[in-house]
Design a protein around this ligand. Structure first.
Ligand code: NAD
Ligand code: LMR
Length: 332
């Protein structure tokens, strides 16, 4: 097995990255592999990364390999195994004189970033590279990037692990369990207020959520909207979008991809639909995923969805289709 790994992180001077980057080299995420980091920023702030690199050097991380920083994404991409694409504008800030309130506002601002980055990843990243898009709107940014990369051996994902972790926390509180007792917390669809967090198929201390929680009113009027709107609730409370929880979720996604999934379990991320669960092919949709023993990542296909779930899921699929139409001009 290769004992070193190269990870590219964009938005490396941002708030998520500040929590994320140290965890990539702490020995938990990639085990005993030596991790080379290529940190990427826009030209205006790239020099700030000097300070971050100094801090990493001062932190004594035995798994830390070579650390470089640049504003040249192509250069950073060469032979990379993982790309954590965080770099983009968050909600809650004023951009060009307008307060960015909705994720849809980000579509036009951030979408373009992923064309150039996608091309570079397709040409210079490793053929089996994995790409996790965190920057919003994550699903459609991944859709744009994957199209530009035009390399089907690489795996493009958008992050829904944060939503899954949030949903686990709410279900654990509701049922007086620990978060670790809640598994298989699937987020179907888009990382947006239309996502469908599936409490029915979650396993709570080994039992299906549908048998543990017999309160549809709570599910519909509290659980689902609270998960869907948690990002906004954090922005309202903190004055900035979620960062440490987003970083933890990115790490959880990497760990879930790097290690075989326990039999019967799954984890949440959005990947390109191949028609599974009747989702139109190509859109980057939140699914239950499994990592097989050989490292392949596949959609878990044996989940049964209630009529209620199908109705909710369809709303999110329709939103992804309309986002796809809105970025047609960025497709070649
Ligand atoms: P931030 O503003 O603190 O940091 C973003 C950084 O990205 C900035 O330093 C900026 O200079 C950099 N950047 C912008 N364009 C870039 C480019 N083309 N190449 C490289 N770097 C670039 O924002 P943040 O709080 O770290 O959030 C980053 C993104 O993550 C936002 O879009 C936010 O909405 C999103 N987010 C997603 C999730 C999720 O669950 N998917 C959760 C939280 C935040
Ligand atoms: C989140 O879910 O916290 C992020 O996507 C940030 C946001 O804008 O909601």
């Amino acid at each position: 097995m290769d004992k070193s790994i190269k990870v590219v992180v964009t938005g490396a001077a941002g708030q998520i990255a500040y929590s994320l980057i140290p965890r990539l080299i702490d020995g938990n995420t990639f085990g005993d592999k030596i991790v080379d980091l290529a940190l990427v920023e826009i030209p205006q702030v790239v020099d700030k990364l000097k300070g971050l690199v100094m801090e990493l050097e001062d932190s004594y991380f035995p798994q830390m390999g070579k650390v470089t920083y640049t504003d040249n994404f192509e250069e950073a991409s060469k032979d990379a195994d993982w790309f954590l694409l965080v770099g983009s504008i968050p909600r809650g800030i004023v951009y060009n004189g307008k307060k960015i309130e909705e994720r849809s506002d980000l579509l036009s601002i951030n979408g373009g970033i992923f064309v150039e980055q996608g091309k570079a990843i397709g040409s210079y990243g490793k053929d089996n590279a994995k790409i996790l898009v965190v920057g919003n709107p994550a699903n459609t940014n991944a859709f744009i990037g994957k199209n530009a990369a035009n390399n089907d051996n690489q795996l493009w994902m958008a992050m829904t692990m944060l939503d899954s972790n949030r949903a686990k926390s709410i279900l654990a509180k509701k049922t007086n369990n620990n978060v670790s007792d809640v598994k298989n917390m699937i987020i179907w669809g888009n990382h947006s207020p239309t996502m469908y967090p599936d409490s029915e198929n979650a396993l709570i201390s080994g039992d299906l959520g549908s048998s543990v929680i017999n309160d549809m009113n709570w599910i519909e009027s509290e659980f689902i909207p609270n998960v869907q709107q948690r990002g906004k609730a954090v922005i309202d409370a903190r004055g900035a979008s979620s960062a440490t929880s987003a970083a933890k979720a990115a790490i959880d996604t990497v760990i879930a991809c790097e290690n075989p999934t326990e039999p019967g379990n799954c984890f949440s991320a959005a990947i390109a639909s191949d028609g599974a669960y009747d989702v139109p092919e190509g859109i980057i949709c939140g699914y239950p995923l499994m990592t097989l023993d050989d490292g392949t990542i596949e959609i878990k296909r044996d989940i049964s969805l209630s009529d209620f779930a199908k109705t909710k899921f369809k709303v999110s699929i329709d939103e992804l289709l309309s986002e796809r139409d809105a970025v047609k001009h960025l497709m070649k």
